[in-house]
Design a protein around this ligand. Sequence first.
Ligand code: SF4
Length: 344
Amino acid sequence: MSDMTAEPVISARDVRVWYGTTRGAIQAVDGVSFDLRPGETLGLVGESGCGKSTLGRGLMGLLPEGAKRDGEVRYRGRDIFAMSAKEAYGLRGSDLGMIFQEPLTRLNPLMRISEHFEETITQHEPKLSKDEVRTRALEALRMMGIPPTRYRSYPHEFSGGMRQRLMIALALVLRPAFVVADEPTTALDVLVEAQIVQILNDLRRNFDTALLLITHNVGIVAEACDRVAVMYAGRIVEQGTVADVFSDPQHPYTRELLASTISLSTTGLRFIPGSPPDLVDPPAGCRFHPRCPDAMRICATTSPVPTTREAGGTVECWLRGPRDLTPAERAPLAHEELSDADEA
Ligand code: SF4
């Protein structure tokens, strides 16, 4: 468990990311704030298209051309968003690491694994000898359970699970203090998935790494994270400790997300009706209101503001405050009104 009194490694405040399109700006991340301390893992969950990956890439400065970002992200007190591109680039690898979801597309098929490591390590530590680089790389591989005999292999000679472990070894060889892992277990079978979760757990225990784990897999968050942030339509709608949020979800979207998770006790498939909104023209008020089983009149017109949960964390829903609603505001939103809002 991380030390909750330690200074945060990363402090994000009111982070926004948007893309220009011919239809208008897509507000993919819209005012996200969180802190992450050494050794702490924050799970970022939500359906596809809710802005999770965009947030992860935005924090690392890895957004596609044309994307814009705003807000403040402090890494050990220094604002990454205010740095020059060169300065921010210098932090990548040695301070900030990223594990991507498609390892094969990130590894150069023409380069041996040894060359990938040499390139990564010497970029940041050019004075290291070849032997020292090799020793570091083999240690990183050993930690991921990859034998030294594979050091000179090519990426295509590895299985999917091994390639993902390779990506993790490459991301961690310089011991970054903050790592974003974007769907690191997608497309892996459950056994390999369990190995990766174990590796991520060891990582924070042994090196005090702060980890932002982006996933749509709620089960992985339960196993590997201290805290969870639930993202919907570009905003964090609920966050808190995993134990607290999962045992007492207060936002209807969190409840629906947990109810649609498959577990050993699942007897029937359940899913959240509808789909996340078009972020070029999101619904007015609460963005979840067209899909929310508890929507009230006020939800269709006025955005809820974050309220502190009793056990810490925050929730952004009119059902939870911050003020008493009038009877007219509290009136349930009828189905016809929901469909109208959907079409609007
Ligand atoms: Fe549902 Fe209203 Fe809460 Fe949004 S603010 S989640 S629509 S109850």
